[in-house]
Write a protein that binds this ligand. Structure first.
Ligand code: GDP
Length: 397
């Protein structure tokens, strides 16, 4: 009896296994990807291939198939290999105006909330509190928010009744007064004493430092300058590769070390030497932003700066700050400003946050102007900062 039960159990198990194998559709081996990451879908659908078949059948329909590019034919013997075609980036002038729609998309929420509140018939204490709240939520900072409210209250008292246009003009003037600074926003990128200008780019990892170096190199090349990039962020393995790709696209020379963890000072020194030797206009140095300890950071950046100064002066120290990180980002910025003499701020990812008020907060906090803003991940999405375009984008004008 037991023997029969055992045979029956075995038979059931075998049948079950065979059934599962037979029922599994043959094509569910996953989605194949083209070179650029495009999914190949069967029958015009998206996602998993459900049926195997000849190549023409499985790729038919609306789905994009990115085939690997065919290898370029080898040049005939004795002929030089063709140089890769370099991209021609657009000049930096007028970039912020071009990117204004992107800025408006992220910032008008805070502008229109202020305009609505200020247009109320009666501006009572609660309304003023709400106005202050909107400003603080947009990362303007507590002290500047109070200042703005106090200025607006005075103006409202003096001017009495307000039309929509008057409210707008009043707010525009107030925001402009807060955003404008006496310090120049121009980048020092001119050769001097027969040497290139040197720009050190610092900031916490992840803020967009390397991307900013790449975008800035493009923009300078678009303005007709010759650029050398120094990959002194030797602690992040991918940073040098990233920088090299940026450089290769537009013809900027890239100086790097092949050793991970190499001495950043020596890479910076070599980059500056290369810039002097090739008579470049600007040398841009990407650095590592490890905020382990303030002393560690000071040692690291201090050494890079000292080493560069053996050959020439450092003309700009640009601090890269991620606009989406709010108060935390400001705290980090403070540490950097204590360690190096920051001459300008690059505010990245302004396209990804409604908290554009950070422009006001950071300038006030560090006493240094925002010189550039990042408005997207595209190669030309870095613009010289222009207060008027910024404020008008906030107000949706
Ligand atoms: P690093 O570690 O500071 O060198 O940071 P990376 O340059 O590697 O940049 C980190 C990420 O931020 C990347 O995915 C960038 O594409 C992204 N990024 C940089 N700037 C901007 C910007 O202005 N807007 C947006 N949306 N993303 C940005």
């Amino acid at each position: 009896m037991e023997y029969i039960i055992l045979i029956v159990v075995l038979a059931v198990l075998l049948l079950g296994l065979g059934g599962t194998m037979l029922l599994r559709p043959r094509g569910t081996r996953g989605v194949r990807r083209g070179r650029a990451g495009g999914d190949i879908a069967a029958g015009g659908g998206t996602g998993t291939i459900t049926r195997d078949g000849p190549e023409s059948e499985s790729t038919a329909g609306a789905a994009t198939v990115t085939a690997p590019a065919p290898a370029p034919p080898a040049p005939p013997a004795g002929q030089p290999v063709a140089e890769p075609v370099l991209e021609k980036p657009p000049p930096s002038a007028g970039r912020m105006v071009r990117l204004r729609a992107r800025l408006a998309r992220s910032q008008t929420g805070f502008g229109s909330a202020l305009l609505n509140l200020l247009s109320r018939d009666r501006l009572d204490e609660d309304t003023w509190d709400e106005i202050e709240e909107v400003l603080i939520t947009a990362d303007v900072g507590v002290t500047p928010a109070r200042q703005i409210v106090s200025d607006l209250r005075t103006k409202v008292k003096v001017e009495g009744t307000r039309t929509v246009d008057e409210v707008r003009a009043m707010l525009r003037a107030e925001l402009l007064a807060q955003v404008e600074t006496e310090a120049s926003r121009a980048l020092r990128t001119q050769r001097h004493e027969g040497r290139p200008a040197v720009i050190l780019v610092v900031g916490v990892n992840g803020t967009g430092k390397t991307t900013t170096c790449g975008k800035l190199a493009r923009s300078l090349i678009g303005d007709g300058q010759a650029v050398v990039l120094g990959a002194a962020d030797t602690f992040r393995a991918a940073a040098a590769d990233q920088l090299q790709t940026w450089g290769e696209r537009v013809g900027a020379q890239v100086v790097r070390s092949d050793k991970e963890g190499a001495d950043p000072g020596s890479v910076a020194f070599d980059a500056v030497s290369k810039g002097i030797e090739t008579e470049a206009d600007v040398v841009l140095i990407d650095t590592a932003g490890r905020l382990h300890t303030k002393t560690g950071l000071m040692d690291e950046l201090g050494k890079v700066k000292r080493v560069i100064e053996k050959r020439t002066s450092v003309d700009e120290v640009l601090l890269v700050l991620d606009a989406t990180t709010g108060q935390n980002g400001l705290r980090q910025a403070r540490v950097f400003a204590e360690v190096v003499d920051v001459s300008g701020i690059v505010l990245t990812k302004l396209d990804g946050t409604a908290k554009g008020g950070i422009v006001i907060a950071v300038q006030r906090e560090l006493g240094v102007p925002v010189k550039l803003v990042g408005l997207g991940e595209g190669p030309d999405d870095l613009a010289p900062f222009d207060p008027v375009t910024f404020v008008d984008a906030i107000l949706g004008g």
